[in-house]
Write a protein that binds this ligand. Structure first.
Ligand code: M6R
Length: 612
């Protein structure tokens, strides 16, 4: 969703800000803008469309300002256009704001300000906030910083903001509640951003702002305090992020790079945790909570999108291995349902970004009801990671492509490890199976590599189905969530309508859709439901559906029945999703590329969904 970048220091701000905005493009946006102070004058430039449009607009403009801020907007209040893009100036045009989040009570504040003569030129809640701050400053005679605090105590909603003042071009004021904001500390210079990607090439020293904190950089000094102006000592962390991790590294798209990174990212998600030769499995962050997990009456998993699919895989794993009752909830539904949940329940929140608003809200509700909450997050230090009692990071590295790929396999790897560890602690997992699972887990990166080496075969199939209008994905057991994930990948980046179903459900409705124009992807690896899925394939073939089957290497039956076959290496059936999802990621990627789609930034989508 929206992206924030700001700079104050000794260098021209514009190139840093605009480069930062490009680094944040992956979050999804529809317009962008910058604010600079030239010769004591606040200048704002905004443009609908990509950051390159903004760059065109900036040609020939004075870009010498050493303070500046920029924003990529993902429309919430008002359509995407130049007018609604950020930054937004105050009524007198002396101060400006960039904002991520939503000010929920903006309408009443706006009404009040209209009565005081304010004129608004956009439809946004953000413009109302900067006018509100301006009005407080005018009425109270307080400093800008104090006025920001007063205003923020009045507003309801979520925000990460940065404010610039033309009278004070060495100063930037920032604050957060519910939307992330990180401050980079350089030598006599400071950077503000929604995440660390715009900062990492300049400094590794960062401070993550907490909710209700206000940060002020003025004359080269950073101070942090709360809304009551009580000072806080900045907790400076060193970023582990490397620049290469956020660049394409020779691949055409981030998504392709991230698909091909999976042998490494899966290995990273296991590193230091499981060791097959020693027969050990430990997840540091959960050590003190293993009994709580093992004794849980119920595990409730909350997540959205791909992370929800990883949760569905985990449902099978915890039930099968650890014999614990599991419910997997869409965080957005859970939060508004007055869920029955209590102290004996364990909640696992899964999120790549760690910033998904619905998942965060679900965590808060479960916390209020006394449940213990674990996080499975990718982004270190993210809001969800901080809101949970304990957790395990997935260590997949930055995921820039909007379509989640390596984050999914890393989540499934970590959840598999947790399920095995809990089953062992409960004493319900036979030692030989425990050992076998640890050994087979270690073979996964190599098997994924093998699958990736056959990517061209998937590309050929993608070529044949590039112009399909619909797709159905079918799987049973652990492959059912994989079917859902395959369908989600295809629809989000190629815009082809695709549905995932449990294969046995097909005959209860979707079978009516099957004809010679309907491609059906079957997840048909060798497992306990193999014979059943063979019957389902026959039902589709009998109706002339075109079948692409993902089968286990060496399968001699299914290849003779279907139109196309993609083989995956044999593996313990508990671990199959880690392999069977790979060809589906590749299929959606190649189809989207062949259709000329913007794979990394599909229309209407945002990488981290920080609003409801
Ligand atoms: O960051 P999160 O894992 O919490 O995000 C959840 C979903 O928004 C995300 O998985 C989304 O569905 C992806 N675009 C899927 O590829």
């Amino acid at each position: 969703m929206c992206g924030i970048v700001a700079y104050v220091g000794g260098q021209p701000a514009y190139p840093i800000v605009v480069k930062g905005l490009k680094r944040l493009e992956y979050r999804g946006y529809d317009s962008s803008g910058v604010a600079l102070v030239d010769n004591g004058q606040l200048n704002i430039y905004k443009k609908k469309g990509k950051v390159t449009e903004l760059e065109n607009l900036m040609e020939g403009k004075d870009k010498s300002s050493t303070v500046g801020m920029g924003h990529t907007r993902w429309a919430t209040h008002g359509e995407p256009n130049d007018r609604n893009a950020h930054p937004h100036p105050s009524n007198d045009h002396s101060i400006a704001i960039i904002h991520n989040g939503i000010i929920e009570n903006y309408a009443s504040i706006r009404q009040n300000l209209l009565g005081k003569g304010h004129q608004f030129v956009s439809d946004t809640d953000t413009e109302v906030l900067i006018h509100f701050i301006e009005e407080i400053r005018r009425e109270t005679g307080q400093s800008l910083e104090a006025s920001v605090r007063i205003a923020l105590k009045e507003v309801v909603g979520a925000y990460a903001i940065v404010i610039m003042d033309q009278e004070n071009p060495t100063q930037l004021i920032a604050a957060r509640k519910g939307s992330p904001l990180v401050i980079g500390i350089g030598k006599d210079e400071f950077f503000f951003a929604s995440d660390a990607t715009p900062i990492v090439e300049y400094t590794k020293e960062v401070v993550y702002l907490d909710d209700y904190q206000v940060a002020v950089v003025s004359h080269g000094e950073l101070t942090i305090s709360d809304l009551d102006n009580l000072p806080a000592i900045p907790y400076i962390q060193t970023l582990e992020l490397e620049l290469e991790a956020i660049e394409k590294g020779g691949y055409d798209h981030f998504m392709l790079k991230e698909i091909f990174e999976q042998p490494r990212s899966i290995a990273d998600s296991m590193r230091g945790r499981s060791n097959a030769s020693e027969g050990t499995l430990q997840l540091g962050g959960l050590n003190h909570y293993m009994d709580k997990l093992a004794q849980a009456e119920r595990i409730v998993i909350v997540a959205c999108g791909t992370s929800w699919h990883a949760g569905l895989v985990a449902e099978y794993l915890f039930e099968e291995l650890a014999r614990i009752n599991v419910e997997v909830e869409y965080a957005s539904e859970f939060r508004y349902r007055n869920p029955v949940i209590g102290e004996n329940d364990v909640v696992i929140a899964i999120s790549q970004s760690g910033e998904t608003a619905d998942t965060l809200a679900a965590i808060e509700i479960a916390k209020q009801k006394g449940a213990t909450i674990f996080g499975v997050c990718n982004v270190v230090g993210s809001s969800i990671a901080r809101a949970t009692h304990a957790g395990a990071y997935t260590h997949a590295g930055p995921e820039i492509g909007v379509a989640s790929t390596k984050a999914f396999t890393a989540q499934v790897t970590v959840l598999t490890q947790i399920a095995i560890a809990v089953a062992k602690r409960k004493g319900v997992l036979q030692e030989n199976i425990y050992r076998q699972l640890l050994i087979e887990l270690e073979t996964i990166p190599e098997k994924v590599q093998q699958l990736l080496e056959n990517a061209d075969k998937v590309k050929e199939i993608a070529f044949i189905f590039t112009y399909a209008r619909n797709f159905i994905y079918l799987g049973r057991g652990l492959n059912f969530p994989v079917a859902l994930e395959g369908a989600l990948k295809l629809k989000e980046i190629s815009y082809i309508h695709a549905e995932g179903y449990p294969a046995a459900e097909m005959k209860h409705g979707p079978i009516a859709l099957i004809d010679e124009d309907m491609p059906v992807v079957f997840l048909a690896t060798k497992d306990g439901s193999y014979d059943k899925i063979v019957s389902n394939i026959q039902e589709v073939k009998a109706r002339k559906g075109r079948v692409i089957a993902i089968v286990t290497e060496g399968d001699e039956l299914i290849p003779g029945m279907v139109d196309f076959v993609i083989e995956v290496p044999p593996v313990h059936e508990i671990l199959v999703p880690l392999l069977s999802v790979i060809p589906l990621q590749l299929l959606s990627y190649y189809i989207a590329v062949m259709r000329g789609r913007n794979v990394d930034q599909p229309r209407n989508l945002a990488k981290s969904v920080t609003v409801e």
